[in-house]
Design a protein around this ligand. Structure first.
Ligand code: BTN
Length: 306
């Protein structure tokens, strides 16, 4: 009902009369009244005057009804511990492929290598539950597809030079704009699910606490709609998954990569590798050329440009 009402109000430039709305929605005046009260309580600025209704302003909150066709599979929280935990629980309880968990803030947001992911208001924090029915060995490629898709969407929508950095960061001018984290569960070589967590600095200001981080707002000087970004990203990723060619994902990702050919320090849970980031192999591992000319393959870790 909220989706339909917002659609009617947004599709007209000015106020819409009550009879028009009631006819279009096919509902009673009481139901319309309670839907309007609900939207006002959710932060929508709605004027009801002389038998007409106008939508003056909408909050940039990713409520499920802002995503027509996705309402049932999109779970929104004003605040949660970590969307990863909610998504894991949903995935294990049988949530369908392409379930989305999104939050305005997280009290226990986490990054790779057990880091804390600060989740201030204004950023976009989500985890996607994917159940694509592919071999577990290919699961990591979905995270590469997600970061590649995000970089493309950011370039198109925000006109910023977003690049991917191994394993799954999004950088603009060398500063971190977004990070991705994936968690998988497999049985007998088949993926049960892969959950991809994504934190994007949109209208928050991460540079206050992390000088090497940036946000869309800091880069463009303007507020950017988290709803539009999420909507475009979900559509693009869903389309990408439908036509995915697992064998070519890493190759395409490399076309958007910032770290290849650069001197790096790669920190893994057990060791630190220093050299030049030479390549990413077909399994998503980083190939580092060491000073003695030999190469090392790193499957998991964090890569810092030297
Ligand atoms: C990284 O760069 O280390 C990965 C950061 C991933 C952060 C996102 S925010 C949404 C989701 N929930 C979490 O707790 N983490 C991921």
């Amino acid at each position: 009902m909220k989706t339909e009402l917002l659609h009617i109000l947004r599709s007209q430039a000015g106020p819409v009369t009550m009879p028009e709305i009631l006819a279009a929605l096919g509902c009673t005046p009481d139901l319309l009244k309670s839907t309007l009260s609900g939207l006002s309580a959710d932060g929508y600025d709605i004027a009801v005057e002389n038998g007409t209704i106008s939508l003056l302003n909408s909050p940039d909150t990713p409520f499920p009804w802002e995503f027509p066709g996705r309402q049932k599979a999109l779970h929104y929280f004003p605040e949660t511990g970590s969307t990863m935990d909610v998504a894991r629980q949903l995935a294990q309880q049988g949530a369908p492929h392409f379930t989305v968990v999104v939050a305005d803030t997280q009290t226990g947001g986490r990054g790779r290598m057990d880091r804390v992911w600060r989740s201030d208001p204004g950023g976009l924090y989500m985890t996607l539950v994917l159940k694509p029915g592919i071999p577990a060995a290919d699961g990591l490629k979905l995270t590469f597809l997600a970061s590649l898709t995000l970089a493309k969407v950011l370039r198109r929508l925000c006109r910023i030079e977003a690049a991917v950095k191994w394993p799954n960061d999004i950088l603009v001018s060398g500063k971190k704009l977004a990070g991705l984290l994936s968690e998988m569960q497999a049985t007998g070589g088949r993926l049960d699910f892969v959950n991809i967590g994504i934190g994007i600095n949109v209208n928050n200001n991460p540079a206050n606490f992390e000088p090497n981080a940036t946000s869309i707002k800091a880069l463009t000087g303007a507020f950017f709609s988290r709803i539009s970004l999420l909507c475009e990203f979900l559509d693009a990723l869903e389309a990408g998954l439908q036509h995915i060619d697992l064998a070519s994902v890493i190759g395409q990702w490399k076309g958007y990569a910032a770290s290849l050919g650069r001197p790096v320090i790669v920190v893994t849970p057990g060791r630190t590798v220093t050299g030049v980031a030479e390549d990413v192999n077909e399994n998503g591992a980083l190939i580092v050329r060491l000073a003695d000319g030999s190469t090392e393959e790193v499957c998991y870790g964090d890569c810092f440009h030297r």
